[in-house]
Design a binder for this molecule. Structure first.
Ligand code: BES
Ligand code: MN
Ligand code: MN
Length: 461
């Protein structure tokens, strides 16, 4: 029988081709135009779980996009790993900024990926990383090395807030019994600096609408005497942060857990080059909350960002108009122990309170999520650390990420399960952006590392 590495190397081309097929399915969860494609992606994942050797693989209906559930129980006495990932992707817009079409994957070399990277929407977030788990599972089945029982939850609504997954967890507590959740939906610091994410930020997301006059007005006839909702909205937004980039919402920082000097010193050990960081995104300078480093600002501190703002005339040429309404989408990244519902309420009350009496304000909350931290001294963390040490030749660095995976906190609350975030992407892989890509190196590194996680976890538990 082939060893794990032999099996992977003799199936490399097929492992890659099958991922490219999955990437050709435009499973955009946010846009109902793609609902059929989202389902096709679920069916594809389900079929591949069966082919890889799952005893059960089902497409479970929800009021939204389906959840794929699979399992292979080899021995009730062995520990069970619950693998979570998502097959849905972010919208690919704006299409014109892609160098090749987002759902026609191509492999090209880049500076950071000399062995080639797969360019396609979802290649890194999260289809490429989900597919590593399916191929690692196949590899373990075919080499008779599966060391734990395994269950899979691959959902289709991560990018839109995982609402139906929460209900699914509540309704399937027994069926989802496991010892640990294993997720590859984050990244490593660099291909020669392996790392394990040990914290995620939460999210509160609102849409605001400011209304002034009951119709659009001529800006010469009325301008100067009436509130301009766009001006008002801009002023309101500007007032949300002070000159130290500290967020001005009363109570906003009340539940923030400050890190100790020791913890901050440990964080500063992770390699980070400010100049490289700036260069990589074309900035001459960074900015953020006074008293914190860039790395801290983007991981252990909360934020408030406008994600979109619109209103008035934005077409060609000039139109002298005062719009009746102005809008913005605003997100706040949260850290332990901030609660998204509480923050949304604080924001709403504050935002309404700062509106001048001449306008009316509406605040609509969108999906949110709780922050999460994961332990670094658990058997599962040690198993992940040893697995990565074997394949990368270096002990991975624990670090806190800035993104959000809202379901992670719910795995703990609903199923009582801790999570290990063993992701393989790079920050520069352009997830959610045009030209998203995923290193071929990273894809195969993941497939090699995952079986070692199972082996180490079985030994340690
Ligand atoms: N996989 C990402 C989150 C992520 C990426 C965490 C890289 C850490 C490192 C996930 O798919 C995502 O995009 N989450 C959203 C939240 C969701 C509610 C839309 C996010 O962070 O904006
Ligand atoms: Mn993701
Ligand atoms: Mn995402």
């Amino acid at each position: 029988m082939a060893t794990i590495n032999e099996y992977i190397s003799s199936n490399k081309d097929r492992f890659l081709e099958e991922l490219l097929d999955l990437l050709r399915i435009p499973s955009v969860s946010a846009d109902s135009k793609f609902a059929g494609d989202v389902r096709n992606a679920a069916d594809y994942v389900q079929q591949k779980l069966v082919q890889a050797g799952a005893d059960i693989a089902e497409v479970c209906e929800t009021p939204g996009h389906p959840i794929v559930f699979g399992q292979k129980i080899i021995d009730e006495r062995l520990p069970t790993v619950l693998v979570y990932g998502h097959y849905d992707v972010q919208p690919a817009d704006p299409y014109e900024l892609w160098d090749s079409p987002p759902f026609e994957p191509v492999i090209k070399e880049t500076e950071l990926h000399p062995e080639g990277a797969i360019f396609a929407r979802g290649s890194c977030d999260d289809k490429g990383q989900v597919y590593m788990h399916i191929k690692a599972f196949e590899t373990m089945m075919q080499t008779n090395t599966l060391a734990c029982n395994v269950k899979f939850i691959i959902e289709g609504e991560e990018e839109v807030g995982s609402d139906n997954l929460e209900t699914f967890l509540e309704q399937n507590v027994e069926r989802l019994k496991a010892d640990i959740v294993l997720v590859s939906d984050t990244g490593i610091i660099a291909n020669d600096v392996p790392s394990i994410t040990v914290g995620l930020r939460g999210l509160s997301y609102v849409e605001v609408e400011v209304t002034g006059p009951n119709r659009d007005l001529h800006s010469g006839l009325y301008g100067g005497a009436v509130p301009n909702p766009i001006n008002v909205l801009s002023e309101m937004i500007a007032s949300l942060r002070d000159e130290n980039k500290h967020i001005n919402i009363p109570g906003f920082y009340d539940d923030v857990v400050e890190l100790s000097g020791e913890e901050r010193a440990a964080m500063a050990e992770a390699p980070f080059d400010e100049q490289e960081y700036k260069d990589s995104i074309g900035l001459s300078d960074t900015e953020g909350e006074t008293g914190y480093t860039s790395m801290e600002r983007a991981s252990i501190r909360p934020t408030l960002d406008v994600n979109g703002i619109w209103g008035g005339y934005t077409g060609e040429g000039a139109k002298t108009v005062i719009a009746s309404k102005a809008y913005a989408k605003i997100s706040m990244r949260l850290v332990p122990d901030q609660d998204p519902d509480k923050i949304t309420e604080m924001f709403t009350n504050h935002f309404k309170s700062i509106a001048p009496p001449s306008v009316s304000v509406k605040v609509t909350p969108h999906h949110g999520g709780q922050p999460a931290v994961t332990p670094t001294d658990s058997p599962a963390y040690i198993a992940a650390s040893r697995a990565m040490e074997s394949t990368f030749g270096k002990v991975p660095v624990p670090f806190r990420g800035g993104g959000s995976i809202p379901i992670v906190a719910l795995f703990e609350q609903i199923l009582g399960l801790k999570t290990v975030l063993m992701g393989f992407g790079l920050d520069s892989d352009a997830i959610h952006s045009p030209n998203e890509h995923y290193g071929v190196f990273n894809y195969f590194k993941g497939i090699e590392t995952i079986p070692l996680f199972y082996q180490n976890f079985a030994e340690l538990s």
